[in-house]
Write a protein that binds this ligand. Structure first.
Ligand SMILES: Nc1ncnc2c1ncn2[C@@H]1O[C@H](COP(=O)(O)OP(=O)(O)O)[C@@H](O)[C@H]1O
Ligand SMILES: [Mg+2]
Length: 234
């Protein structure tokens, strides 16, 4: 679904990512692990068209997109759940979900309502909180809302920036389970994380360090090899 080939990107006069090769197949869940400052957020923002590509190619759903604008990418099914969730605190849960669909101007009210119901089925707690302001939700509920808001776009590729950050264990398990189910339904899922919990559900993992992919393995192998993992993460 997505293929990066020798991707380079940067901000201002700093090059941040260097020759990144990475793929995610439809229905596959891939995690990129890296310490703080490794370049994880820059990676997702580059794919999303928010950081300048300085070399290499990004192929999404069979087309080169390294020069495509962010809002066009979102419309074509490349959806990014940003670090820190960025839900709108002054809108209700239901309004936040409706906002999620706003990049798809031709979606009728009925279809928006149908998609909201699917999200309430996925995360029933959001239904019970539907009239609550986004800013009043717990961290776990906010992350569920951020995932659901992204899913309102019916993505082919769903990218998540540290969804596990600051979550209680139960909420984390609920979200990981939902992401695993999404991949099973055929969506490509790419997450970046500092913590290893996503290795439970991922098929493959890359390790990013100082803007370079330094390791690539089956998630199961990395799970069983904590020493290798510590070596690359430090
Ligand atoms: N807007 C920016 N301007 C300059 N440097 C930045 C900017 N954003 C990130 N960086 C630098 O790029 C590197 C990678 O940052 P980031 O992608 O946020 O890492 P991560 O998400 O893995 O913590 C860091 O060294 C950071 O200081
Ligand atoms: Mg980050």
């Amino acid at each position: 679904m997505i293929r990066l080939d020798k991707l380079r990107s940067g901000i201002g006069n700093i090059d941040i990512l260097h020759d990144i090769d990475l793929t995610v197949m439809p229905g596959e869940l891939v995690v990129v692990l890296g310490a703080n400052g490794a370049g994880k957020t820059t990676l997702l923002r580059t794919i999303s068209g928010l950081v300048e590509v300085r070399g290499g190619t990004i192929e999404f759903d069979g087309q080169e997109i390294q020069r495509t604008k962010a809002h066009e990418l979102a419309r074509s099914g490349l959806v990014h759940v940003p670090q820190g969730r960025q839900i709108i605190p002054t809108l209700t849960v239901e309004e936040n979900l409706a906002v999620g669909a706003e990049h798809l101007p031709n979606l009728g009210r009925g279809e928006i309502a149908r998609r909201i119901e699917i999200e309430y089925h996925r995360f029933p707690v959001l239904k019970t909180r539907r009239q609550i302001l986004g800013g009043s939700l717990s961290g776990g509920e906010q992350q569920m809302l951020a995932v659901s808001r992204g899913l309102m776009m019916a993505p082919k590729l769903l990218m998540l920036d540290e969804p596990s950050l600051g979550l209680a264990p139960q909420a984390l398990q609920r979200i990981l389970a939902a992401l695993g189910e999404l991949a099973k339904s055929g969506i490509a899922v790419l997450m970046v994380e500092q913590k290893t919990s996503a290795l439970q559900i991922a098929e493959r993992a890359y390790v990013l360090k100082n803007g370079v992919i330094v390791h690539h393995a089956l998630a199961a192998d990395l799970r069983n090899d904590a020493d290798v993992f510590r070596h690359y993460m430090n």
